[in-house]
Design a protein around this ligand. Structure first.
Ligand code: MN
Length: 313
């Protein structure tokens, strides 16, 4: 089974470089760095690096390593939480000698010499803990536990989303027996700056809601500027509409310099097929895409209207 194959492969390499997706979330970083810490603790002689761009709002979790191109030569590459190669942060993964994919998103873009994809897992961090349990003689420590717990918390919305299973809660229960500061972790993930709080106020004042339960929010450059919210920070906004009665699915359009970023969320209707039509993808109930004009954004809205009306039949 792939867990054994993954451990055997890790054992044969001296240098291991771990990647994750661009614009990381706590699960991307938690699985990446949690696995890294575990490998370091289990095989102290190996050189283990985590790479990608740092997101300033998440450096409390982990900071990335800066490494030379030459380090990739003969290295094992492990890519966590990344469904398609286009979203891998740090393209130099191509310079490595072998690739392992570990992910919980639908396996649309199959890549890697070894691939372990489990869409029933709440998070890739949960899979990394499973890897620890099923592999032979691996070492867990406080830092790895902190990272994996943070990843699980992030992807399950603090154990709220339906992806949370008995296994998720069991693993979380085991992880909290390690010594790390949970309050500090929650503050790091959930505290927001005042500009984000005010922008949320704007969203709550201005969201639309149609008869089928679709909500549309357009955040133009002007509005983002008015609230002094940067592109990276907009990820903290999309959940704002999640608790409003009557909203079945919602879409955020975020205007950037070169594109309009589309963030889709749903409480039932499958929306990742719409995302796939517009240069994107993701989970059935949470995905993202890109469009290049407001006319194209209207097409996304029309496609979503169709999905919702079909869902309600
Ligand atoms: Mn994830």
């Amino acid at each position: 089974m792939s867990i054994q194959a993954i451990q055997q492969t890790i054992e044969t390499y001296n240098t291991i470089i771990i990647h994750r997706h661009v614009r990381p979330d706590p699960d991307a970083l938690g699985s990446q760095a949690g696995l890294g810490e575990m490998i370091k603790a289990s095989y102290p002689d190996k050189l283990v690096y985590v790479v990608g761009e740092d997101d300033p709002s998440l450096t409390f979790l982990v900071e990335m390593d800066k490494i030379e191109d030459s380090t990739f030569k003969d290295a094992l590459i492990i890519i966590c939480d990344t469904a398609n190669t286009g979203r891998i942060d740090d393209e130099r993964y191509k310079l490595g000698s072998k690739i392992i994919k570990i992910d919980h998103h639908p396996d649309v873009d199959q890549y890697g010499d070894i691939s372990w994809v489990d869409t029933s897992a709440s998070s890739t961090s949960e899979m990394i803990y499973e890897f620890f349990l099923q592999a032979d003689g691996l070492v867990m420590n406080d830092e790895a536990a902190r990272l994996l717990y943070g990843g699980i918390v992030g992807d399950t919305g603090r154990f709220l989303f339906p992806s949370t299973t008995k296994k998720t809660l069991q693993y979380a229960a085991e992880l909290v027996t390690y010594n790390f500061d949970r309050t500090e972790l929650y503050d790091g993930i959930y505290n927001v700056k005042d500009n984000i709080a005010r922008m949320r106020g704007y969203i709550l004042q201005n969201f639309t809601l149609d008869k089928n339960g679709l909500s549309v929010m357009k955040l133009t450059k002007d509005i983002l500027q008015q609230f002094n919210v940067g592109v990276l920070e907009t990820g903290q906004l999309v959940g704002t509409l999640g608790e409003i009665e009557g909203i079945l699915a919602w879409v955020f359009f975020i205007e950037e310099d070169d594109q309009i970023r589309v963030r889709l969320r749903s409480k039932g209707p499958i929306i990742n097929e719409v995302a796939a039509k517009y240069n994107g993808g993701g989970h059935p109930l949470a995905s993202g895409a890109s469009v290049y004009s407001w006319q194209e954004a209207e097409q996304v809205v029309n496609d979503l209207k169709f999905v919702l009306s079909e869902y309600r039949k």
